[in-house]
Design a protein around this ligand. Sequence first.
Ligand SMILES: C[S@@+](CC[C@H](N)C(=O)[O-])C[C@H]1O[C@@H](n2cnc3c(N)ncnc32)[C@H](O)[C@@H]1O
Length: 224
Amino acid sequence: MSRLLYDSLKITLHKTSDGYQIIDHEKNMKMTLSFDDYCKIIQDNRKHQLNKIIKANNLDILDCTGGFAKDAAILASLGNNITLIEQNPMIMSLLIDARGKIKNDEIRSVFNRIKIKFGNCIDFIRNTNKHFDYIYFDFMFNINKSALPSKNEQFLRKIVKNDRNVNINIIQETVQRVVSKIIIKDHISSNDYDNFDIINTYKGKTVKYHLLEGKNGYRKISKK
Ligand SMILES: C[S@@+](CC[C@H](N)C(=O)[O-])C[C@H]1O[C@@H](n2cnc3c(N)ncnc32)[C@H](O)[C@@H]1O
């Protein structure tokens, strides 16, 4: 995303003594990313729907849409190894900064299981030889949620460009390229992914998770 777009969004990134901070000048709102704040969601990890979908642990999971790494933290705290991809430079700066200032030992050990990589997930999928047990997608929903979004989510919504067709093409290509299981997080009332061969859908109150299977149409991916 270019500097110009951030300017037009009236969002700026600053280095402070507490690490990186982003400011939304339109809403007069500030945020810094702290992974130590994830203690509560990590404590509740066994109750999380992702734990019901991914029943094993010690799996290799590719998180294609890193964002603020909440889902990656849940998956890692359940004992899995995560490769997280994020394509937005501002979000990437916040992630790297947040990782460097973790204070809590448990959170540090969770984040030691997460490799953070900058780029577009489909480029990564095209070029990797590593086999992943699961590939996870959580694109921004196209539906406006009624509940008041958290500050982090309001920033995400403003910074991240989202194109439904681009996202669907990424998933279509991924399904053809891999043998992995694929999980797509979606809004409960969306039907964006209804045309895919969905094995199962796990429904929560506001979100649902579709489980798909890679068809490996292009090439064999060897287990490292
Ligand atoms: C809804 S957020 C993900 C939230 C994340 N699951 C969490 O728990 O914090 C979507 C993120 O995916 C990133 N993204 C979207 N398309 C991407 C792509 N093709 N490759 C890499 N990252 C992408 C966006 O920049 C955004 O940060």
